[in-house]
Design a protein around this ligand. Structure first.
Ligand code: PEP
Ligand code: MG
Length: 754
């Protein structure tokens, strides 16, 4: 059964479109399970119905016509219960409803399984038997496994609009790809697909203008790979037996095969660029090998993949790396990185859509800093087919509309316009103090990382920088920046804000912030070599940075240093030792540097419980709620599958923050919050109630939070906090915060929270 399953899955995956995949499934399942009928029903959410979309056994004329209302009949029952229903006599079930159109009468046995993706029922897969038949457990799991595979194909089809067309929805296209809200906001623009090098699966289609030149560069790439193969084979000839060396010859033959070369050239002639045409050819070959019965030949699929990757590498090495961007670029990719975002010229970036990641990913944080809407964690994002397409990014709801209808586009353009009007209105608050009506001051600082952030931060009315992420300049380079290069970058930020304070965080790479030129391969990067752990292990890198930071602050007197990922006091002691060393060395060299105030990020749970000991060593604390939430809740901040569990309003996170504030204040030390929750209007109100001394956030969030602070008395925030502390789950807390904002006349900010 396992073999059959694998084969069906492969066939379905290579079907040209959804109807093809559905037809294949119903035919293969009917054969494999020896049933009389197999059918697929798809969910039509707009009409609250399940539509018969494919059948082998029932009347084919019923396809697309038979519609079963939600919660109706056995199909509705399977969908409602979200679990398989296995009946030897269908008609005996209370939910059974006879459907004349499909010719259902003679059937007794029934097995239906829901097709589910991310908790959403996309349809129902059903088999029927004329005789009474109770299906075996193995048959049930077989169908459940196929339904799970089908869910992926259906999600793809939803993206391309196929489902809408199939469901013959007469009204406008309302289909959307579902993801997570990364940065709230709306954007309309054109997709520019970005992809990592040498990854064939991530290559998008792209139109080609000079077909002959494209073919020539493809042929040259193939020739280069052949040359590489010959060299490899020659190098190995003494150390490998002849039959293994023959493998290289087989690969060379494959490279020369008309199949591979001509098919790709056909693809180029059809208008696709060489990498896109190559991707298709390699995929066809891989599937052909994977379908083979002979296990040895099946294994050759990986050789084909390897050949494809090698040809691609050569193609990419001869192409100019520079990417052109549309005036309103929506950056799209499997895993859009912070550096890919930073490469888009300012003013051209309108939105971000990423198949992986969540609102807490660094690319989303950067997007927020720039005020760019983002949708993250869009499963089954058809990146290969999106290049140049018009997209609507709905960062509020976490949706992406591909080739939107005019009505949808206009609706989102209107939203975009309204949002910028609100921002404009809020900007007028820039010169007013962040002070509650009863006179309590909570300075608001900006989070920055890019030099392009400086102007928006200054304009937003930030009273300084509460978190300067120094890793950003490292991320957008292809080597470690030198001491003088770093000094110049840091100096620009320190000078722009002087005499206001600038809190410079030392290098925090690792986790999801990998430097291409300093690769770290780990099973659990977020629990691994990250932040201070790396810099303490590499004093040469750390000292260079410390010297650059100290020199950048010379004569300005506004520098503060912040240490990331501190989990124990030993790390603080070691770091203070290095700062002293850098400072002493510079003073000996005659530089006008001073030992700055030093603070610790509280973002590792162990730090929450050591505030007292840490307070004896440092001057201030800054709570990194992004990581603190991730580590306290054991929820990877980048994993879209568990993103619904990631919530800084979780009672455990709120309690930890309150404890840090109380313990630090008991030692006379100030506490700031610099994670994303500081920029969430509702959460900021709670932090105000806790007595947090300052908040640091993206410039785009700052005016909203200032509006909140200026609208509520400290006593109101404290009363709200007391009430929140009686609540036990994040959703109820969010509801209460939203209600409070609405009652305070700030309903317009409800969307801005996550
Ligand atoms: C945090 O973890 O909350 C934080 C501010 O640091 P980063 O998001 O850069 O990890
Ligand atoms: Mg952090």
């Amino acid at each position: 059964m396992l073999d059959t399953l694998r084969r069906i899955v492969q066939e379905v995956n290579s079907a040209p479109d959804l109807p093809g995949a559905l037809t294949l499934i119903v035919q293969r399942v009917k054969q494999a399970m020896h049933v009389d009928v197999c059918s697929v029903y798809l969910t039509d959410g707009d009409n609250r119905q399940y539509v018969l979309m494919a059948t082998d056994g029932y009347n084919l004329a019923a396809v697309g016509r038979v519609r079963i209302d939600f919660c109706h009949g056995l199909v509705g029952e399977v969908a409602r219960r979200e679990e398989p229903l296995n009946l030897d006599e269908a008609a005996a079930h209370p939910a059974y409803v006879y459907t004349d159109e499909i010719g259902e009468e003679p059937y007794h046995g029934f097995l239906g399984v829901p097709i589910i993706q991310h908790r959403k029922v996309l349809g129902v897969l059903v088999v029927r038997q004329q005789q009474r038949r109770r299906f075996a457990e193995a048959e049930e799991t077989f169908l459940v496994t196929l339904a799970a595979q089908l869910a992926g194909a259906i999600t793809h089809a939803e993206a391309s609009g196929e489902i809408t067309r199939l469901l013959a929805d007469s009204s406008e296209a309302r289909y959307a790809l579902k993801g997570l809200s990364g940065v709230p906001g709306a954007a309309v623009g054109r997709a520019r697909v970005v992809y990592p090098l040498a990854n064939l699966d991530a290559i998008p289609d792209r139109p080609v203008s000079d077909i002959e030149a494209e073919i020539a560069s493809f042929r040259a790439a193939v020739a280069s790979v052949e040359r590489d193969m010959r060299q490899m084979s020659a190098r190995m000839v003494d150390s490998l037996p002849a039959e293994d060396i023959a493998l290289f010859d087989a690969l060379i033959l494959m490279l020369r095969s008309e199949n591979l070369v001509d098919r790709t050239i056909d693809g180029i002639r059809a208008g696709n660029w060489a990498p896109g045409a190559l991707r298709d050819t390699i995929a066809e070959h891989v599937q052909a090998f994977e379908r083979m019965e002979d296990p040895y030949l099946r294994e050759r699929a990986s050789d084909v993949r390897d050949l494809g990757r090698r040809i691609l590498e050569h193609l990419q090495s001869t192409r100019p790396a520079a990417v052109e961007y549309y005036p309103r670029t929506i950056l799209v990719g499997e895993d859009v990185s912070a550096s890919q975002l930073a490469e888009v010229p300012p003013g051209r970036l309108a939105g971000v859509v990423s198949a992986h990641g969540s609102a807490a990913s660094h690319v989303a944080i950067l997007a927020r800093a720039l005020g760019i809407p983002a949708v993250m964690g869009v499963d089954d994002l058809p990146v290969g087919r999106l290049e140049g397409q018009q997209l609507v990014v709905d960062g509020y709801e976490g949706r992406v509309f591909v080739k939107p209808s005019r009505a949808i586009r206009e609706e989102f353009e209107r939203l975009e316009h309204e949002e910028s009007e609100l921002a404009q209105g809020l900007r007028e608050l820039a010169d007013l103090p962040a002070e509650t009506p009863d006179g309590h001051r909570v300075p608001l600082y900006a989070n920055t990382g890019l030099l392009t952030d400086i102007t928006p931060s200054l304009r937003s009315g930030a009273e300084g920088v509460g978190l300067y992420r120094t890793e950003v300049p490292f991320l957008i380079r292809d080597r470690f920046p030198g001491e003088e290069e770093q000094r110049r970058i840091y100096r620009q930020v320190l000078e722009a804000f002087a005499p206001a304070p600038v809190t410079v965080r030392t290098l925090d790479v690792g986790g999801d912030k990998m430097l291409s030129y300093f690769p770290v391969v780990e099973d659990n990067p977020f629990l691994g070599w990250r932040g201070i752990r790396i810099t303490l292990d590499h004093p040469e890198i750390f000292l260079t940075q410390l010297r650059a930071i100290l020199r950048a602050g010379a004569g300005l007197d506004n520098l503060r240093l912040l240490l990331p990922m501190i989990g124990s006091v030993g790390e603080i002691d070691d770091t203070l030792g290095l700062i002293h060393r850098a400072c002493d060395e510079l003073q000996d060299e005659g530089e006008d540097v001073r030992f700055p105030p030093v603070g610790v990020m509280v973002e590792v749970p162990s730090a929450v419980y050591q505030v007292e000991a840490m307070a004896r060593r440092v001057d201030f604390f800054s709570i990194g709620s992004n990581d603190l939430t991730q580590y306290l809740l054991a929820v990877d901040r980048n994993n879209a599958s568990v993103a619904q569990l990631y919530d800084a309003l979780h009672p455990a996170v709120l309690r930890a923050i309150r404890q840090v504030v109380d313990d630090a204040h008991a030692q006379g030390k100030a506490v700031s919050v610099c994670g994303e929750m500081a920029g969430d209007p509702g959460a900021a109100l709670l932090l105000l109630g806790m007595g947090v001394d300052s908040l640091s956030m993206s410039a785009a969030s700052l005016p909203r939070v200032k509006w909140v602070i200026r609208s509520f008395n400290l006593a109101q925030a404290q009363a709200l906090l007391d009430e929140v502390q009686t609540l036990e789950d994040p959703a109820t807390i969010r509801t209460l915060l939203n209600r409070t904002l609405e009652q305070g006349g700030l309903g317009g900010l409800v969307h801005a929270g996550r």
